[in-house]
Design a protein around this ligand. Structure first.
Ligand code: SF4
Length: 251
């Protein structure tokens, strides 16, 4: 599933209401420093080779034009969400783009919330961290508690250490949402007790204000992946729920 525009929607989302999407990646390609086996945009190698990233001024033009057009006809917008074909924080203009988005949100839809879906690999970069601190919902991915399992599920390109991501998450002082995909394949199983317990220990350490667990929804590039039911996931996260963590489960 590829989005070909910088600003797309608004689409109706059960969770976010009327949601305007922002894609900071190329119009006809995917750029990510992960290559998740479940990525709805497909494998990185099958991206269509377009590497041209939208700039801050392109985003300003596209977003202002969409927001003013929606406002003129009374279209509601509850949420502005960065969720494009790849990792939004890899766009070098990301910090400036967040400032522009917050400025335009205040001008046109002051009640809309701004969310960023990120794989959290860039949170150690000061400017990216500062930008993520400014948005309402920094939604940070952590699918597995060990480097070994992350290698299997997310296939990071370049250096990646769960310990670095945990350090980065600690700096949010709990003001973020952690997002975790639960799935199993012949190779691994997110519900395996040792993995699950290590993942829960990380949640207890970084204490996100919300944990969002979900499972396969759309077609995945890897075969042999198995999803969990909502009931199974509810059972898996029960200890955290009982400890008072706010947990959202999406099947
Ligand atoms: S981090 Fe997101 S965009 Fe990147 S490969 Fe994984 S699912 Fe796809």
């Amino acid at each position: 599933m590829m989005r070909e525009e910088i600003v797309f929607g608004p689409i109706h989302s059960r969770r976010l209401g009327s949601s305007l999407g922002i894609n900071l990646l190329p119009e006809k390609g995917k750029i990510c420093n992960f290559d998740c086996i479940y990525c709805e945009c497909g494998w990185n190698k099958d991206g269509r080779g377009d590497t041209k990233l939208p700039t801050a001024s392109m985003l300003r033009e596209a977003l202002e034009s969409k927001l003013s057009a929606c406002k003129a006809v009374g279209t509601p917008i509850d949420s502005i969400t960065f969720s494009g074909d790849g990792e939004p924080t890899l766009n070098p203009d990301f910090p400036e783009i967040i400032d522009i988005t917050l400025e335009l949100r205040a001008k046109y839809y002051p009640k809309a919330v701004v969310s960023v879906l990120s794989n959290a690999t860039m949170i150690g970069h000061e400017k990216v961290f500062e930008a993520l601190r400014k948005v309402d919902n920094p939604i940070l991915k952590l699918d597995a508690p060990t480097d070994e399992l992350v290698r299997r599920i997310n296939q990071p390109q370049g250096g990646y250490h769960v310990s670095d991501v945990v350090e980065g998450m600690l700096r949010f002082e709990g003001d973020f949402v952690m997002q975790t995909m639960f799935l199993r394949s012949p190779d691994f199983d997110s519900s395996e007790p040792e993995q699950l317990s290590a993942w829960m220990d990380i949640v207890r350490k970084v204490r996100p204000r919300e944990v969002m667990v979900y499972t396969l929804d759309r077609e995945a590039p890897a075969s042999d992946l198995e999803k969990f039911t909502v009931e199974q996931m509810r059972e898996l996260v029960k200890p955290l729920a009982e400890e008072g963590f706010k947990i959202q489960i999406r099947g």
